[in-house]
Structure formats: structure tokens, C-alpha cells
Design a protein around this ligand. Structure first.
Ligand code: FE2
Length: 241
């Protein structure tokens, strides 16, 4: 049986607006586990200039979380990461290893404000690639400069960016314009990853399976296989997609 990897989660307790304590973390892990997730990258927010906790503290919390989870689920792996709110100086922090890449590879999860200008996205992708990182743009459905602008998405992908969409777009609720748009991008091969972006056990909970079930029905086999299995597997190995 194939298992899912969740590349975007706020699973670490008490470090950002995600899991508020270890109890919540474990409840979220229970949900993810029951959905067939076996690998999760912990991606706490990192805002350059607004660092709430020193990296050493975050790394301690990470280690505590890994051992708590291992004790309960021997076959569940949590890997280090950050969701980096992009500013140019973030790249230096990456190089100084003050920010985690995804699962200790060269992949980096980048976040932007919803109103980010397209040229800022282009600059961020270029800067990452020039310095040897593989940029993964988090929840691209949120950015106005990409919304219903397939040309812009396609251009960033052509440059070498990877696109992540949140699972909530494909799980539960009613069919919306946003879902239609996200599905269209996935069908066009312009979505590389689905992430839960889970923050808690309620409205922003682990929801990979619901999205996967939906996509299995809507996408051709090959595209589904890439998004849900092959791309995350390559990322974990640090290979190009
Ligand atoms: Fe996030």
C-alpha cells in the first residue's frame, strides 16, 4: 500500500499559529495517520525580521515532537522544514542554515502576501534558483497575480518553480470557482504538490485523504500518481521533478 506525504504542516506545538500544544500535535498526527499519511514535513512559519523563537528552540521542539510521534507510531516520519515568508534576505538565512529547507534537501517552501506582485514572484524564484535552491511556492491559489492567470503560473513553472496547492481546495464543501481553477491547473500539469497546511484539528486540519480521493476521480492516473506520490518521493530524495 502506498502512503501519502504531507509536505506542508504546522504540526510543531506552540511555535507558530499551528498546533497549540503537544496534545493538539498528537491529535493532528492521529488524523493524518488514519488518512494514510506516513511522512510529514514540519513547516513552521518563518518571517524574516520577526523571529519569535531562536532556531535552537525550534529544533528542540522538533526533536521532542519526533520522539513523541515515534513512540506512538513507529512508521510515521516527521522531517524538518520551514514555510519562509519571502524576502531577499531569507536566502542568506537559508545559506547560514538559520532557516530549514524542506527535509534537509535544496527544496524551500516559500510564502508571499496574497497581493504579491508577479514580478516579486519572478524575482524570488530567480534568486532561489541562482543560489541553488528549488523554490516551492506555497498555496498558490492565494496570490492575486496568479489567480486565473495560467500564463503567469506557466511562466514560473517554466523558470523552475514548483507549485503547491492546499488540500482544502479539493476537500469537502461545495464546488467553487476556486476549486475549478485549482483543478484546471492540476490537469494542466501546473500543480506539483498538495499540502494540508494543517494548523489544528478543526477548520484547518490534516485533510490529505479527502483531497486525494477527489483528485483520484478527477485527474488522469499519471497526473494523480505524480502529484500524490512521485513528486513528494523525489522531493524527499532531493531530486528534481
Ligand atoms: Fe502554511
Amino acid at each position: 500500500m502506498a502512503y501519502y506525504t504531507d509536505i506542508h504542516s504546522h504540526i510543531l506545538p506552540g511555535v507558530d499559529d499551528g498546533a497549540k500544544d503537544m496534545e493538539t500535535t498528537m491529535a493532528m498526527i492521529d488524523m493524518a495517520y488514519s488518512q494514510g499519511v506516513r511522512v510529514m514535513i514540519a513547516t513552521p512559519h518563518y518571517y524574516p525580521g520577526h523571529v519569535r523563537h531562536p532556531k535552537e528552540y525550534l529544533d528542540d521542539v522538533f526533536r521532542e515532537t519526533v520522539s513523541a510521534v515515534k513512540e506512538k507510531y513507529g512508521d510515521f516520519t516527521i522531517l524538518p522544514g520551514n514555510e519562509v515568508y519571502y524576502r531577499e534576505e531569507a536566502v542568506e538565512k537559508l545559506q547560514d542554515r538559520r532557516i530549514h529547507t524542506m527535509a534537509d534537501t535544496l527544496y524551500v517552501l516559500l510564502e508571499f502576501s496574497p497581493g504579491v506582485h508577479y514580478q516579486v514572484l519572478v524575482g524570488a524564484v530567480r534568486k532561489c534558483l541562482e543560489t541553488g535552491y528549488y523554490p516551492v511556492l506555497a498555496h498558490i491559489e492565494r496570490y492575486q497575480s496568479l489567480w486565473k492567470n495560467e500564463k503567469n503560473v506557466r511562466e514560473l513553472v517554466r523558470m523552475g518553480a514548483y507549485m503547491q496547492i492546499n488540500a482544502e481546495n479539493f476537500s469537502g464543501g461545495i464546488f467553487s470557482a476556486q476549486r475549478r481553477w485549482c483543478l484546471r491547473l492540476a490537469k494542466e500539469g501546473l500543480v506539483h504538490f498538495i499540502g494540508s497546511d494543517a494548523h489544528n484539528t478543526k477548520e484547518r486540519c490534516p485533510n490529505i485523504k479527502q483531497a486525494a480521493d477527489y483528485l483520484k476521480e478527477k485527474l488522469d492516473k499519471e497526473t494523480f500518481q505524480k502529484i500524490m506520490y512521485d513528486n513528494p518521493a523525489k522531493l524527499l530524495k532531493g531530486e528534481y521533478l
